[in-house]
Design a protein. Structure first.
Length: 233
């Protein structure tokens, strides 16, 4: 009985960009309209205009997961009601400085992402993007945010230019730091493994951690009951 609006990932900027960039390689060039932020905010406003909804859930996998970091806040501003978020494998962590494919600060400047965050919300562009969830939770005191991520996610660690072990260490450090200040409304589900994304996989129904099935954790999350589950303390 849910109304579902799908916002496709189509402009290469994980739903955060608003800038036209000309890329050149040798004698070839291509102009890319990084309009992910514009597309996402337009979709949210369109959805709001369709009726009065009694609950709003924001979710996405991979690039869509990254998009939830900003657009949980965008949805709160558009719908003016509590937002329940499930981020599937978009942890928003720092990359090795040499890994241009995943360096948050460099990509944010290239795509024109930073201008799309609330004024004053991002004071350190080198900080892990996931910390922006604290701004959302501070401004929306009845919003909830949950992150699913495998501890050694090979896709994300490759973008970050670091090992699976280094990704795990950074992931645990950041989520526990955020959770220490937002325990009642920030939750995480961090199983062992290297797989990337789960919401559309069979594992969504079979994955269990500390006696809790993932689908039950998600159901609790979108009903305002967060919990913190990790295969490694």
């Amino acid at each position: 009985n849910w109304t579902k609006v799908f916002v496709p990932f189509g402009t290469g900027d994980i739903h955060l960009g608003n800038r036209v960039v000309k890329y050149t390689s040798g004698l070839s060039s291509k102009t890319v309209y990084h309009a992910g932020y514009v597309n996402a905010i337009t979709a949210l406003r369109w959805a709001k205009a369709q009726g009065n909804f009694n609950k709003v859930v924001i979710t996405g996998s991979s690039a869509g997961g990254y998009g939830t970091i900003l657009h949980a806040y965008s949805a709160y501003k558009v719908f003016n009601q509590p937002i329940y978020t499930v981020n599937d494998s978009g942890p928003g962590l720092n990359a090795d400085p040499s890994a241009k494919s995943g360096n948050n600060a460099e990509l944010g400047n290239r795509w024109g992402s930073w201008q799309n965050f609330p004024a004053g919300a991002i004071t350190d562009q080198s900080k892990q993007l996931l910390y922006f969830t604290e701004y959302t939770l501070a401004n929306c005191t009845n919003c909830y945010y949950g992150l699913f991520e495998t501890l050694q996610d090979s896709t994300i660690s490759n973008f970050e230019g670091i090992s699976g072990a280094a990704h795990q260490a950074q992931l645990l450090k950041v989520v526990k730091d955020i959770d220490s200040r937002n325990d009642a409304r920030f939750g995480y589900y961090l199983p062992n493994g290297t797989a990337h994304t789960i919401l559309s996989a069979n594992g969504f129904y079979s994955t269990t951690l500390s006696g809790t099935y993932l689908y039950n954790w998600v159901n609790n999350q979108i009903n305002g009951s967060t919990s913190d589950l990790s295969a490694v303390n």
